[in-house]
Unconditional design. Structure first.
Length: 383
């Protein structure tokens, strides 16, 4: 089948979702994701088919499905997908459909996946989910002779049954947003029963959520004492900064002058997110966008080993970024503009300029470096 429609440039959200799906089961979704990623490289159906050892007809089928329905078209059953524009109203409508689907026992995505596809924070998605649950009419009572479910479902107060995994994601998203946004301070104790009561779940989802946060380094458990929001000592913070400085400088030197149009677009999108978050004061989302920016720089370096190493230490950097209070104490809007200057250095500068800029930024000394070494190319000025 000929390729009759031009394949569009993948959005950051679609590319992230497709990459995740291409590396994990089920095999059907893994293959379809790889087909779309290959099509996005500009390959024809026959070239994609040869690379992935499938028929050109299979490639054509999923190419057309993606062009018509986006990533929601890659599943065998209706999925949430990613709307081209995500307003609050759009999100409410989509989540309302998923709430009904969950009540009927159908599959639903995690709040993390919903947040990514809708372009909202996990805590916002969780709040909308709860609002839509309250609006649902109660389901009709089952016949008296109906067989009860094999295992009891976890319930939220005043709502219908929700899969435990989704509840765990919900609690995780709320706790993480409170820690990232500074509402939970370093050293503050987290008690499973109190967390469960506050967010309206049983203790099991709260326990699972806290374990995930511990894996990210955002909380720490002390035997016989309890679990606390992590406190990063200055020594620990400096150790992580030292590693990050090396990674960032190396990545910047390799990426300078080599950025593809797609990589520039991704970095530009990250900078736009940083600016919006600075304007709205959403520091949690600002930090998410910042991590995305530096992850994209590492990927642009073209060294797969560096990308794997970055992924290994990213959880440690989250702990530093959020509760370690790295040396930056200035204006968030100015920091967003400084990221625009970092992009300009990668695009127009030379490795000997970009490398030290990124190293200083990673060390928390961006403002001082900016005053001493103005970046090349178009930029916004720091105050």
């Amino acid at each position: 089948m000929p390729d009759t429609r031009q394949f569009p440039r993948l959005s950051d959200e679609d590319r992230t979702a497709l990459r995740e799906w291409s590396d994990r089961p089920p095999e059907t979704l893994r293959l379809r994701s790889r087909i779309i990623l290959a099509c996005a490289e500009g390959l024809a159906n026959a070239e994609v088919a040869k690379r992935l050892q499938v028929s050109p007809a299979t490639v054509a089928k999923w190419r057309e499905r993606y062009l018509s329905h986006g990533i929601s078209g890659l599943g065998d059953a209706p999925r949430s997908g990613r709307p081209r524009t995500s307003s609050r109203h759009d999100a409410e409508q989509q989540i309302a459909r998923l709430v009904e689907q969950a009540r009927d026992g159908g599959p639903v995505p995690s709040t993390r996946a919903l947040a990514r596809t809708l372009g909202l924070s996990q805590s916002t998605v969780a709040r909308i989910w709860q609002e839509q649950q309250r609006r649902l009419p109660p389901p009709p009572a089952p016949p008296r002779a109906a067989v009860p479910p094999a295992a009891p479902a976890v319930e939220m107060p005043g709502s219908d049954h929700v899969p435990r995994r989704l509840l765990s994601d919900h609690v995780y998203g709320l706790l993480r947003s409170w820690i990232v946004g500074g509402e939970l301070a370093p050293g503050q104790r987290l008690v499973e029963a109190e967390v469960a009561k506050r967010v309206g779940t049983s203790q099991a989802p709260a326990r699972e959520a806290i374990k995930r946060l511990a894996h990210e380094g955002l909380v720490s458990s002390q035997p016989h004492r309890g679990t606390y929001v992590a406190h990063v000592s200055e020594r620990q913070a400096q150790e992580v900064r030292d590693i990050r400085v090396m990674f960032e400088e190396y990545a910047a030197r390799r990426a300078t002058g080599r950025l593809t149009p797609e990589q520039l677009r991704l970095l530009g999108d990250d900078v736009d997110r940083l600016r919006r978050c600075a304007e709205t004061g959403d520091i949690g989302a600002f930090r998410e966008a910042d991590m995305s920016f530096h992850r994209h720089v590492c990927e642009a370096a073209g060294n797969s080993a560096l990308t794997r190493l970055w992924q290994m230490i990213e959880s440690s950097m989250w702990g530093l970024h959020v509760v370690g209070n790295p040396l930056y104490v200035g204006d968030w809007g100015a920091m967003a503009e400084y990221h625009a200057e970092l992009v300009a250095a990668l695009e127009h500068g030379d490795p000997d300029t970009a490398g030290p800029m990124f190293a200083a930024h990673a060390a928390g000394e961006a403002s001082r470096y900016h005053r001493e070494h103005p970046a090349p190319g178009p930029r916004g000025d720091l105050p």
